[in-house]
Design a protein around this ligand. Sequence first.
Ligand code: VG1
Ligand code: CO
Length: 544
Amino acid sequence: MNNIEVPTQPYSDQRPGTSGLRKKVSVFQQKNYLENFVQSIFDSLEDYQGKTLIVGGDGRYYNRQAVQVILRMAAANGFGRVMVGRGGLLSTPAASCIIRKYNAFGGIILSASHNPAGPQGDFGIKYNIGNGGPAPEKITEAIYEKSRQIQRYLTVDCDDIDLDTIGEQQLGSMTIDVIDPVSDYAALMRELFDFDRIHALINSGLFTMRFDAMHAITGPYAVEIFEHQLGVTPDALMNAQPKEDFGGGHPDPNLVYAKELVDVLYSANAPDFGAASDGDGDRNMILGNRCFITPSDSLAVLAANAHLTPGYRHGLAGIARSMPTSQAADRVAERLGIELHETPTGWKFFGNLLDAGKATLCGEESFGTGSNHVREKDGLWAVLFWLNLLAVRKESVHDIISSHWQSYGRNYYSRHDYEGVSADGAGQLIEELRKLNGSLKGKSYGGYEIEFSDDFAYTDPVDGSVSEHQGIRIGFSDGSRMVFRLSGTGTEGATLRLYLERFEPDPSKQSLDAQEALSDLIGIAEQIAQIRHHTQREAPTVIT
Ligand code: VG1
Ligand code: CO
């Protein structure tokens, strides 16, 4: 086996987005495209010689080929050890867990999350640092800079590596350790949640549930944790067999793309609890019998009830949420007397807060919830958290959310996505809003008066780094808000996201449909931003 240096030329489009580099599979299949990016990651790091790298992905098409490439390059670049999930698999939260548990230098995760997979679908790659979390912008920008100058990459010539047998093998001076992708993660979940109590609930004969793995990475995790450890019957697990193309689906756990599960939970004889996770296992959707919990509300409920679980029984240091996430969690933080942090979209902004002990729970409106147990959002963690609450409180999901609203008020919330619209039109919409920003304050629309509008900027309270242009916020005097931003994870055209929120303290007015409750704001958003004109669309693609 020889080390080889392969000459290459830069690609100009390797700037990581909200969560790593995501492109069509066909883009990644271009000559040296993946190699260039992997070498750029290594070239932007220091002092990793002889150290451990974690590698795994969500199992989508091209995962296996990519793992082979990365293992060879890791050996040639001088890593001492790579721990890789069997079959090249690791969910995003499991990768984060393993980086932390084994004090690895960092990790490479292969995923385009909830984006569709297969030869015509998407692929993605991201680098996580030693705390287990996504690389902060300083590092992703350094990777991008390296990718623009790259002239060579390092690899070794060898046969394909066996990824399917647990155990160690040598690749030159580097050890490859093929590990069980599930066991470390499952052990961590057992520490945090009361498995005995959840087991008792599930086997009480009084409780039924469904979990939809959407043919993505959480299948094997769900089988081990729900079926083997908690006694859920196999028929309660839907689409638990991972597939390279996710069964042709769109593994995004929301009301539109997880329709199969939603239909079950809204049928006659619906189960008591339903949940789904996304392509790489970091998102979650929570449903009750004929009841949907918005991710923003889920964060608030978990925070308000965290003391009921073993892992969080001593309380929370603070809560962090992304800016467009509803302010429901803020009310809980206020009552608990703990810190509340508002960050830009993307989990990488939570890392410093978690490391510094300024936050224990974090959440994003995009079906992401997590805590300081790892440094990624964590789908199955959220499902287990809810199961633990249900087992302790012995109330229905519906009753838990209703009593939460009665106590704290309800933040009606919705996100409207305009997917795959023209990048020029969407860019123009944001540009025009930026120009309007200064002049909106004090203007009235119907009964709503604008109190502030800005282009959200964030200064990290730990390292002082500044991130600008993170979304246009328009706030009204009654506390309502709307936010406009462009997606940083899409691979085609642009995706415009409109986030809407209105607070309702009166318990007799808390059971409206969210779209109905937000209809005035939806109209005002159209008036201010001319969405139809700029997107050339009559309606959003996805409403959650
Ligand atoms: C979206 C979500 C964001 C999330 C990101 C990665 O980003 O809005 O909250 O952190 O996806 O999630 P954007 O830039 O498209 O709005 V995942 O599960 O795709 O890693
Ligand atoms: Co994801």
